[in-house]
Write a protein that binds this ligand. Structure first.
Ligand SMILES: [Zn+2]
Ligand SMILES: [Zn+2]
Length: 149
């Protein structure tokens, strides 16, 4: 099953910011929708956003599957912004082949579409350099027009 790979590469890369304090949480965000519950909008990322968030509370399991989760909170304002899949369950590990185990609630973060090096086209996951570091927030030039919500 490699169909998810195709759509994954054509997804926009988003900069994720905390809705409460506007802190940038990740520059490699992707909008995701949980298959089990399509009512819930989520953003996800593959690189640990450890400079912007920290773990809070204790581990818990979802009602949907056996993934072991822990909530993450914004380091600047302390609000819970999402969760990290600490130990994915087998079905999720097999289906989540893009390595995105850091999830952000859409009620707590907003995404800004990133542009590619031309500054005109949206940056897609398929065009994202593999070795890119997540510490390039300082060089990002965000204008008001790029807000998607
Ligand atoms: Zn799971
Ligand atoms: Zn915050």
């Amino acid at each position: 099953m490699s169909t998810s790979n195709y759509s994954f590469k054509n997804r926009c890369v988003s900069i994720l910011c905390c809705k409460f304090c506007k802190q940038v949480l990740s520059s490699r965000g992707m909008k995701a929708v949980l298959l089990a519950d399509t009512e819930i909008d989520l953003y996800s990322t593959d690189i640990p956003p450890t400079t912007a968030v920290d773990f809070i509370g204790t581990c818990y399991f979802t009602e949907i599957c056996q993934c072991k989760l822990k909530d993450i909170a914004c380091l600047r304002c302390g609000n819970i912004v999402g969760y990290h899949v600490i130990v994915p369950c087998k079905p999720c590990l097999l289906s989540c082949n893009n390595g995105h185990f850091w999830m952000f609630h859409s009620q707590a973060v907003f995404g800004i579409n990133r542009l590619d090096s031309t500054g005109v086209n949206l940056l897609l996951w398929g065009n994202l350099p593999e070795a890119e570091e997540s510490t390039d927030e300082d060089t990002l030039d965000i204008s008001e027009e790029e807000y998607i919500r």
